[in-house]
Design a protein around this ligand. Structure first.
Ligand SMILES: NC(=O)c1ccc[n+]([C@@H]2O[C@H](COP(=O)([O-])OP(=O)(O)OC[C@H]3O[C@@H](n4cnc5c(N)ncnc54)[C@H](O)[C@@H]3O)[C@@H](O)[C@H]2O)c1
Ligand SMILES: [Zn+2]
Length: 392
């Protein structure tokens, strides 16, 4: 995508896709995710939510739409979803708690049982409307209910639009660790409407920005520079900036998961900052940090560790620390002892035989995967973070 001001692409409405629907979205970007299991399209455009019904109609052959969402999301966007789906056949709605600590097997089971009671059969279509928690739970339900039913994502947080709704990772947490239960399961379609971010609490918006910064560090110098230059306007949610940024991230993620659907290699780069992040979230019982905030800390720690290992030039390290810090204040680093965090990291999904494998930056827009560091080095970085020097 060209940057705003440099003639943002005006993709004329995808006519065959929408069957000539009235009132096209003026500015819509279409990104294809070429996963071998099921290629699909991500649409990014203002007003898309109100066209959800027309979009679903193109998927055909489903027996009914089951909207999975949370009370909080529904309060803001339920009426718009219902209005857009009024011609899509009978609509059933299942609302569940989307707190991170409710991203559990218990919630998953409740949703599945409700689907049975509502009469969802193998041709049911699940429409996940919400942030990453709704999407991850709904996705895991879709992957497993009757061994798999159709899934469409309508992400309503910045995090979900730039990251969690794309790529097919679904699942729930265990008390012992983040996302330890799950499946790869691709949606049929993703409808990302940046307008829905208008009701998002500012803390949630900032949390999503850390994941955007992640894309810059792992492979997009232009995006990183763009964030450095325009952060103030982005924080004001200027549509032009927001739409460009979201599309850019979707393209990045689509490109990566299209080449490595089930994380046999390349896709690992997306875990930048996440070994630390998951440890912080687990250590605090999923109550202290928004996932994105934990990623913010994770990016700081990864940069510190990389600098410590002399993998990352000091100047690039400083740019990463500065940009992360400019997004806003993070909730304090946890009180947990370094050894406790390291113990959690050893049971991280990416660990092999109890050895932690980090994704670390080598420069802006370049990372290395599978980096092992001595316990002593990791402990030292964790000590620095705890001492409040992580962001300085
Ligand atoms: N599957 C993946 O690839 C992937 C990638 C990144 C993150 N994740 C997961 O996503 C989760 C975090 O997602 P998140 O950051 O979207 O948080 P979230 O789902 O917890 O949503 C944040 C809060 O915002 C509310 N909300 C959502 N949309 C809203 C809107 N438009 N207006 C007002 N309020 C709204 C929600 O009710 C919730 O309280 C974590 O569990 C993380 O592990 C998964
Ligand atoms: Zn993440």
């Amino acid at each position: 995508v060209a940057q705003p001001g440099r003639a943002a692409p005006v993709l004329s409405f995808v006519r065959n896709f929408w069957g000539g629907a009235a009132r096209p979205i003026e500015r819509m970007n279409q990104i294809t995710v070429n996963t071998p299991s099921n290629p699909y399209v991500v649409l990014v455009g203002r007003g898309l939510l109100r066209k959800a019904g027309a979009a679903l109609a193109t998927l055909r052959d489903y027996s009914g739409v089951f909207v999975l969402s949370s009370a909080r999301v529904w309060k803001h966007w339920g009426r718009a979803v219902e209005a857009s789906l009024k011609d899509a056949g009978p609509l059933r709605r299942i609302l569940f708690d989307d707190a991170e600590r409710a991203k559990t097997l218990a919630t998953y089971e409740k949703v599945c049982r409700q689907l049975v009671r509502e009469g969802a059969d193998r041709r049911a279509l699940l429409l996940a409307v919400g942030g990453g928690v709704v999407g991850d739970v709904a996705g895991f339900v879709a992957a497993t209910y009757l061994r798999g039913v159709r899934l469409v994502h309508v992400p309503t947080t910045l995090m979900a639009q730039v990251d969690s709704a794309i790529g097919g990772k679904t699942g729930v947490n265990l008390r012992e660790g983040k996302n330890l239960i799950g499946a790869f399961y691709q949606p049929r379609l993703v409808l990302a409407d940046p307008q829905t971010l208008g009701t998002l609490p500012v803390r949630e918006f900032r949390a999503g920005l850390y994941e955007v910064i992640k894309y810059g560090i792992l492979g997009d110098a232009e995006l990183f520079g763009y964030l450095e230059e325009n952060l103030a306007d982005i924080l004001k949610q200027t549509p032009q900036h927001l739409d460009w940024m979201i599309t850019r991230c979707v393209e990045a993620k689509a490109g990566i998961v299209g080449k490595d659907e089930t994380e046999s290699g390349l896709r690992e780069v997306l875990n930048l900052g996440h070994t630390f992040a998951h440890a912080l979230e687990t250590a605090t019982g999923y109550r202290t940090y928004r996932h994105g905030e934990a990623v913010g800390w994770g990016l700081l720690a990864a940069a510190r560790l990389a600098a410590h290992l002399k993998m990352l030039p000091a100047e690039d390290c400083a740019r990463i620390l500065a940009l992360v810090r400019r997004v806003g204040a993070l909730p304090a680093w946890p009180r947990s002892k370094p050894e406790a965090l390291m113990q959690i990291m050893r049971s991280d999904k990416k660990a092999r035989g109890g050895r932690v494998r980090f994704v670390l930056p080598k420069a802006i827009a370049s990372v290395e995967t599978g980096v092992e560091a001595s316990d002593e080095t990791v402990r030292e970085v964790l000590r620095q973070m705890a001492a409040g020097r992580g962001a300085s």
